[in-house]
Design a protein around this ligand. Structure first.
Ligand code: PLP
Length: 395
C-alpha cells in the first residue's frame, strides 16, 4: 500500500501498512504477520500493545492529557526524578523528540560558553554521527547527504573522526572556543559503530581537563537497549554532563528528554527554553510506565543476554557463507556488516514477513524489542540468514 500523495514525500517507504501489533509481531491491513526486528527504529522496546503502556495511556487519557508548562505537572516531576536517579543526572528538560532533546543540549552548551565569556562557542561533533533533522541537529550530524540543500548550516560545530581521541585533542588545542563534545556512545544511523572501550573515559578526562561539557546522545542507545539503562553506564563511575534520550522512553508516545548534571543543569533559566507539549501528563505517565516495566522485567539484563544470543546465532549461521564481514553488537543494537551493499534486503525481508533495516549501505541494523523471546530470536536468525545467503547467491 502506498502513501497518499497528500503526504510530503520525505521518506522512501516500503509498500506495507500495519493495522495492529502484539509483542514482537505486526499485522498488515491484509492480515499478514511480520516479525518486528526494528521496533520502529529503537522505539517500541516493550513491543507493540504492551499492557503497561496501554494501561498508562488509557488511564491518563481519562484523567488529563495536557495542561501547560505554565503550571506544575506532578507526573513530569516524578519522571524527572526517576530519570535523574537512574542516570546520576540532576535535572531534566522534556521535549517531544530526539532532535529537540539535542537542541536543548546544544543550547545548554552555547549558553555555558557565553556565561564563560566565549562569544563564538564551538561544539565538537563526530563523523558518521546522527543527531536529528532540525537545522542545528543536522548541522551537528556527520553526514553530508542529510545536510545537502539546507546550507547555510548552523555554525559552531567542529568535526572529528569517530573514535579518534587525538583528533579531538587537536581541535581543543587549536580552538579556544570549544565548550563541549557531543557524541553517541554507539553510532546507530552510522552503522552500529562501537568505539574502543577507552574512548568515552578518555573523552571524559579531556573534557574535565579543559572544562568542556561531555554531552552524550543516547536517543538510540538509551532506555536499556545497549544493556544498561544508558550505554555510558557500562563504564563504572563515568558520568556525562548532559545526556539526551527519546525513542524508547515513550514506546511510541512522543517524548524526548535532555538530562544534565552540575553546572550544565543550572545553565538554562526561565525564558531560555521551552516546549508547549514537552513533559505533558500523558507522555510522562507513559514514560514512567516504560521505566517501571524495564526495571520490573529486568530488561537491561535481557538486552545483554538476548543480544549475545542473537549475535552467536548469526555467527554460527553465516560464518562460512562469505556474506558476513563482521557483527557489531552491544545489547540489542546489532549490526551485521555484509561484504557488499544490500539495501534491497529490507524490502526482501519485508516480503518474507520480517522487518529489518539497512544503514550505511551494507550494515543490516537489527533493533529488536527488548521483550523478544528466544524462540522469536531463533526465527529471526534462521529467516534472515537464509535471506542473506539467497540474496548473495543471486547477486
Ligand atoms: N540522535 C540519534 C542518535 C538518533 O538515532 C535519532 C533518530 O534516529 C535522533 C537523534 C533524532 O531523533 P528524532 O527522530 O526523534 O528527532
Amino acid at each position: 500500500m502506498s502513501q497518499s500523495e497528500s503526504v510530503m514525500n520525505t521518506y522512501g517507504r516500503l509498500s506495507v501498512a500495519f493495522s495492529h501489533g502484539e509483542g514482537c509481531w505486526l499485522y498488515d491491513i491484509d492480515g499478514n504477520k511480520y516479525l518486528d526486528a526494528l521496533s520502529g527504529i529503537a522505539v517500541c522496546g516493550l513491543g507493540h500493545a504492551h499492557p503497561a503502556v496501554t494501561q498508562a495511556i488509557t488511564e491518563q487519557a481519562r484523567k488529563l492529557i495536557h495542561t501547560s508548562n505554565l503550571y506544575g505537572i506532578p507526573l513530569q516531576s516524578q519522571l524527572a526524578e526517576k530519570l535523574s536517579s537512574v542516570s546520576g543526572m540532576d535535572k531534566v528538560f522534556f521535549s517531544n523528540s530526539g532532535a529537540e532533546a539535542n537542541e536543548c543540549a546544544i543550547k545548554i552548551a552555547r549558553l555555558y560558553g557565553h556565561n564563560k565569556g566565549i562569544e563564538q562557542p564551538t561544539i565538537i561533533v563526530m563523523s558518521g554521527s546522527f543527531h536529528g533533522r532540525t537545522l542545528a541537529t543536522l548541522s551537528a550530524t556527520g553526514n553530508q547527504k542529510i545536510q545537502a540543500g539546507f546550507e547555510p548550516l548552523v555554525q559552531g560545530f567542529a568535526r572529528a573522526p569517530f573514535n579518534d581521541m587525538s583528533a579531538v585533542q587537536q581541535i581543543i588545542e587549536n580552538n579556544s572556543n570549544v565548550v563541549a563534545v557531543l557524541v553517541e556512545p554507539i553510532q546507530g544511523e552510522g552503522g552500529i559503530n562501537i568505539p574502543d572501550a577507552e574512548y568515552l573515559p578518555a573523552l571524559r578526562q579531556l573534557c574535565d581537563q579543559h572544562e568542556l561539557l561531555l554531552m552524550l546522545d543516547e536517543i538510540q542507545t538509551g532506555n536499556a537497549r545497549a544493556g544498561h539503562y544508558f550505554a555510558y553506564q557500562q563504564h563504572s563511575g563515568l558520568l556525562p554532563d548532559v545526556v539526551t534520550t527519546a525513542k524508547g522512553l515513550g514506546n511510541g508516545v512522543p517524548i524526548g528528554a535532555c538530562l544534565a548534571k552540575g553546572i550544565a543543569a543550572e545553565t538554562l533559566k526561565p525564558g531560555n527554553h521551552g516546549s508547549t507539549f514537552g513533559g505533558n501528563p500523558l507522555a510522562c505517565a507513559v514514560g514512567l510506565a516504560v521505566m517501571k516495566t524495564i526495571e520490573d522485567e529486568n530488561l537491561t539484563k535481557r538486552a545483554t543476554t538476548l543480544g549475545e544470543y542473537i549475535s552467536a546465532g548469526f555467527t554460527a549461521a553465516l560464518k562460512d557463507s562469505g556474506c558476513l564481514n563482521k557483527i557489531k553488537q552491544q545489547g540489542l543494537l546489532i549490526g551485521l556488516e555484509l561484504t557488499a551493499p544490500c539495501t534491497e534486503l529490507a524490502a526482501i525481508a519485508k516480503d518474507n514477513g520480517l522487518l529489518i533495516n539497512v544503514t550505511a549501505e551494507k550494515v543490516i541494523r537489527l533493533l529488536p524489542p527488548l521483550i523478544m523471546t528466544d524462540d522469536e530470536a531463533d526465527l529471526l536468525v534462521e529467516k534472515l540468514s537464509a535471506l542473506i545467503k539467497n540474496y548473495f547467491s543471486n547477486k
